[in-house]
Design a protein around this ligand. Structure first.
Ligand code: NAD
Ligand code: IPM
Ligand code: MN
Length: 356
């Protein structure tokens, strides 16, 4: 049997709640199927670590992560620390430097969830591909004359030909692997006349290598309206880092809840381990109440299993999770009354029932 070493980074807020829930479920799956072994190593990075060490991660963080086959991340962010410090200290200190350039965010109306769109009674099924290393997240920019009347601040949206081309190819391949074979490229090349125009040019170039994929392009503002009014016209969507950050929360809301939305931070070259995490954050408002929806992290772990080569186990995990949701064992964000542990127990019982 194959064996996988996973770095578990629960982080802050509900992060530890949903990661611990997920480890229970994945360990149950591995034990029941007996077809693979999985070993989670706890890494304590986050705001408590920061309060002790003055840094969000250890000195050798990137090399440390390179020992693992993949990472499972919860969330970071704490009311005691400004968000830009915590996020650049942990999550953004991994995504960019490890070149996890493809952030894949599938959204699907799940059994038990309600799509709020009356334009899509059958629900939605999209894959959002987010460029994960450039744009406003390049870390370029700064502040001058701090506190003075003429203070200025910049956030430079930097794009490179290599960076755009690799994500565009990845997005066309993603679209090609889906039944509809359709890609929508999101930009803002009317007002943004440099980087976004380069995106449009590269989309047209890469499209030539994928004659079996149909594609269209949308300005991001109009895209929000299309997502609400013509959801069935969309399938795979690609766009720049900040645009897709926003559209992926919208997509999660349209699918029924941010509590079910997963994401994969992939290094498609497989030089570095990829990192899997729910789309949501640390959710201070519900931390400690035991009601966080663990499904987004379950689904992220399923994506992780697929990535390391355990597609069958991944499908089996998702079947168990879907059955439990369809049976109405749902957390409050989905209109249910179950708590996190009740969902975990129900999924474990379903794994036992289906696969023992
Ligand atoms: P959030 O995603 O944490 O919460 C938004 C809303 O969704 C809240 O009402 C929350 O209760 C609800 N929610 C989120 N996840 C849920 C779940 N699993 N089950 C049920 N309800 C859920 O976004 P926010 O409030 O904008 O950010 C809170 C903190 O998290 C901030 O510090 C922010 O910077 C950080 N953040 C971190 C990540 C990350 O680590 N990947 C992502 C987004 C935000
Ligand atoms: C996400 C989050 C992060 C992002 C933040 C917390 C830095 O919102 O993963 O969607 O903007 O990428
Ligand atoms: Mn986000």
């Amino acid at each position: 049997t194959k064996s996988y070493r996973i770095a578990s980074i629960p982080g802050d807020g509900i992060g530890p709640e949903v990661v611990s829930a997920t480890i229970q479920v994945v360990e149950k799956l591995a034990k029941t199927l007996g077809t693979f072994d999985i070993d989670f190593t706890h890494i304590p990075w986050g705001t408590n670590y920061y309060k002790q060490h003055g840094k969000y991660v250890s000195e050798d963080a990137l090399d440390h992560l390179r020992q693992f086959d993949a990472g499972l991340f919860g969330a970071v962010g704490d009311p005691d620390v400004p968000d830009h410090i915590s996020l650049w200290g942990l999550l953004l200190a991994i995504r960019g430097p490890l070149q996890l350039y493809a952030n894949v965010r599938p959204v699907r109306t799940f059994p038990g969830t309600k799509c709020p769109l009356n334009t899509a009674p059958e629900g939605i099924d999209w894959v959002l591909v987010r460029e994960n290393s450039e744009g406003e997240y390049s870390g370029q920019g700064g502040r001058s004359h701090i506190g003075q009347q003429w203070e200025a601040a910049t956030e430079v949206a930097m794009f490179t030909r290599v960076g755009i081309e690799r994500i565009m190819r990845f997005a066309f391949e993603t679209a090609q692997a889906r039944p509809r074979k359709h890609l929508t490229v999101v930009t803002k090349s009317n007002s943004m006349r440099n980087g976004m125009v380069l995106w449009d040019e590269i989309a047209a170039l890469v499209a030539k290598d994928f004659p079996d994929v149909t594609w269209d392009k949308m300005l991001v503002d109009a895209m929000t309206v299309r997502m609400v009014w013509k959801p069935q016209s969309l399938d795979t969507i690609v766009g720049a880092n900040l645009h897709m950050d926003i559209l992926s929360d919208l997509a999660a809301g349209l699918a029924g809840s941010i509590g079910v939305a997963p994401s994969s931070n992939l290094d498609p070259t497989r030089k570095n381990p990829s990192l899997f995490e729910p789309v949501h954050g640390s959710a201070f408002d519900i931390t400690g109440k035991g009601v966080a929806n663990p499904v987004a992290t379950f689904w992220s772990a399923a994506e992780m299993l697929t990535w390391v080569g355990e597609k069958d186990a991944s499908d089996k995990l998702m079947r168990a999770v879907e059955n439990v949701c369809a049976a109405g064992v749902l957390t409050p964000d989905l209109g249910g009354s179950a708590n996190t542990q009740e969902v975990v127990d129900a999924v474990c019982a379903e794994i036992e029932r289906l696969y023992k």
